[in-house]
Design a protein around this ligand. Sequence first.
Ligand code: ATP
Ligand code: FE
Length: 329
Amino acid sequence: MLILGIDTSCDDTGVGVVELTDAGQVRVRANRVWSQAIHATYGGVMPELASREHVERIDAVLEDALNEAGVRVADLGAVAATNGPGLMGALLVGLSYGKGLAQGLSVPFYAAHHLEGHIYAAASEADLRAPYLALVVSGGHTHLFDVPREGAYVLVGATRDDAAGEAFDKVARLCGLGYPGGPAISAAAERGNPDAVPLKEPLQGQSGFEFSFSGLKTAALLATQRGVNPEDLAASFERTVVRSLVKTTVRAAEHHGRRTVVVSGGVAANRALRAAFAATGLNVVFPGKGLNTDNGAMIALAGAAAIRAGRAPSDLSAGATAYAPLANA
Ligand code: ATP
Ligand code: FE
């Protein structure tokens, strides 16, 4: 069965196609993302502009995705779209579009939680089956979930302040690097000396599983005022964030007795983070290329998981939710 996935939760118009075989295997057939450049001039995402760009672009992105997969719209067996969390107007574009398509084709529709999409992005790389632990590190989230069984999410810990991706973006700005900050810091860090700017690891010695990045951001600001080398600061900042994420996640995995850990969201693209997790000895699964940041294929993968688990399709009358915590157990 071919499943279409749509994500328009923020400033990326994402459409993907995933194939679910009768044996329950999934394969990403297409993943097309239109990233809105219009917001760069404003230094942040303008919600109303985002909605309008989604409306203007979604037809073309769908066509691109179908072409990439080599299928026609009539071949689709199900449609999935993000219903939250995200920017309300932006969400509504993709959600309404997906519902309309499903209704027009007389195929089932599945509403998907954006973070569930980020987690299932890892299903492109491994046959993902609960139980496992999931760390979502993105622009808006640093959340650790225990997934004891399919579709059940127990919040184990989260950031007390900034999300990891947000911290990367802010420190990149302080260092005079570009946006998005993650890739810029990562590239600068490779040329820097992480020992040149000492930064304290946040929440050291805690018994819980929380994260905190705002203190690091302040320390970075003070360091730039002292005139440190931006590449050294990038290297030190990246190493400190990576250590905090990996140590806390490893402790949580031990605490919950999980051997498999999914690490997903935009920050999961970070090479230093991947290397540090690979060295833990745990079975760590990352999303495939192009599936870390917002995209439609991850939503199609979440839809595929819902279908595989025998979940009932969503009600077409259900709306979008700007604020929607994933934890349900
Ligand atoms: P959310 O899903 O929480 O609503 P989002 O969808 O905006 O947030 P994503 O698209 O998943 O977030 O990720 C974007 C974030 O990932 C940005 O903050 C960006 O800086 C960060 N990021 C991307 N690539 C890297 C990288 N190589 N290293 C570190 N961070 C990265
Ligand atoms: Fe996201």
